[in-house]
Design a binder for this molecule. Structure first.
Ligand code: CP3
Length: 344
């Protein structure tokens, strides 16, 4: 079977399929007992990310269990800052920590040389997954968008108010742009290398796009994304790129029209009617079930699935969540979700 017959790739080329292909952001992870067992064996989360066999196994777990139409490479967006030379660690139960970067000099010290060598285990994992997948299942590579990476790099981890990164971006535009420029290069290299290893589509996670002040949206979200897409198309002209600018509301239309992404992944704050009227005419839409409804299950889940399929199912749609699977989600709800979509 050739690449063009994989349902996910067909939709990314603009076809409308019934049922639509389905995969979930964070489909690998702690809600799966087999993931928790693998994690326990390997020790830390980062150890798992850098062990190609285990990262490949974690990638395949949800595909084997649920029969998703895509595998997303098991890795993390913060491996890129680490590969650029920033110190990264995961404190047990606390999430990621980074030694923060707060000046243009520190941004200038980030090293692109050696980036793909540092991330070689990720590409080895991608190659293992590509070889193991069935003929109907596509492999998705990914990276964080420059703005979202910058929030973690400058704040030193997750943040409540994003005070430092916002202040730097506003007060020292030239210095902050140096950081963004370096991240545009790094993300482009990383996505190209995943593609060369076997990824058939890539997703750019801009998880914190929604907190960018509107006046800086062009400079911090649209431009960097457009530059990454252009750079990828220079070397991989047919590579489908999915953009996930979380929380930007109606600006999603500009993002889709102006960045050049192939498909737009929408969060649960965008109504399916808005998406059908304003977004799907521009290309394939991915989304947008609220992860809390997947956690809850039952009738609310069933109604929301039916509403997404009714509004967006006639056009090019990739069924997904509006954000990642929550760790408390019962795997049985995921199984039910896939059955609902396939038998609608
Ligand atoms: O299944 C998949 O989607 C592929 C793997 C994947 C992970 N992280 C694994 C992971 C992907 C695509 C990501 C992306 C990612 N990582 C994002 C963007 C998407 C989003 O969720 O908004 C961000 C912001 C990160 C940074 C990050 N990594 C945080 C904030 C955390 C801690 C919070 C959490 O959910 O635990 C991580 C850790 C992380 N990344 C885990 C996994 C499976 C949990 C690690 C563990 O304890 O086993």
């Amino acid at each position: 079977m050739t690449l063009a017959t994989k349902p996910l790739l067909r939709v990314l080329r603009g076809e409308s399929l019934k049922p639509p292909p389905v995969w979930l952001m964070r489909q690998a992870g702690r809600y799966l007992p087999e993931y928790r067992a693998l994690r326990e064996k390997l020790g830390g989360f980062l150890d798992l990310c850098y062990a190609p066999d285990s990262a490949a196994a974690a990638t395949l777990q949800p595909v084997e269990r649920f029969g998703f139409d895509a595998a997303i490479l098991f890795s993390d967006i913060l491996l890129v800052p680490q590969a650029l030379g920033q110190k990264l660690w995961f404190a047990p139960g606390e999430g990621p920590r980074l030694a923060p970067i707060r000046s243009a000099n520190e941004a200038a010290a980030l090293r692109l040389e050696g980036l793909t060598k540092h991330l070689e285990p990720v590409y080895r994992a991608a190659a293992l997954v590509a070889k193991a997948l069935g003929p109907e299942t596509a492999l998705i590579g990914f990276a964080g968008a420059p703005w979202t990476l910058a929030t973690y790099m400058v704040e030193g981890g997750p943040s409540q108010d994003f005070a430092r990164v916002k202040a730097w971006a506003a007060e020292d535009a030239a210095g902050f742009d140096l950081l963004i420029d370096r991240l545009v290069e790094a993300v482009s290299l990383h996505l190209a290398a995943q593609t060369e290893a076997g990824a058939e589509a890539v997703q750019i996670f801009d998880t914190w796009a929604g907190i960018v002040p509107v006046a800086q949206f062009e400079r911090l979200v649209l431009q960097p994304t457009r530059r990454i897409v252009e750079r990828l198309r220079d070397t991989h002209p047919h590579l489908p790129v999915i953009g996930f600018p979380r929380g930007i509301g109606p600006l999603a239309r500009r993002y889709f029209a102006e960045t050049g992404v192939t498909a737009l992944s929408i969060d649960a704050s965008i109504t399916v009617d808005f998406a059908a009227e304003h977004l799907q005419p521009l290309g394939p839409v991915q989304g947008n079930l609220d992860p809390r409804l997947l956690l809850a299950g039952g009738e609310a889940l069933e109604h929301a699935v039916a509403a997404i399929l009714a509004a967006l199912g006639k056009g090019p749609l990739i069924f997904n969540l509006g954000h990642g699977v929550l760790p408390e989600t019962p795997p049985a709800h995921v199984e039910h979700l896939v059955a609902l979509i396939r038998h609608a």
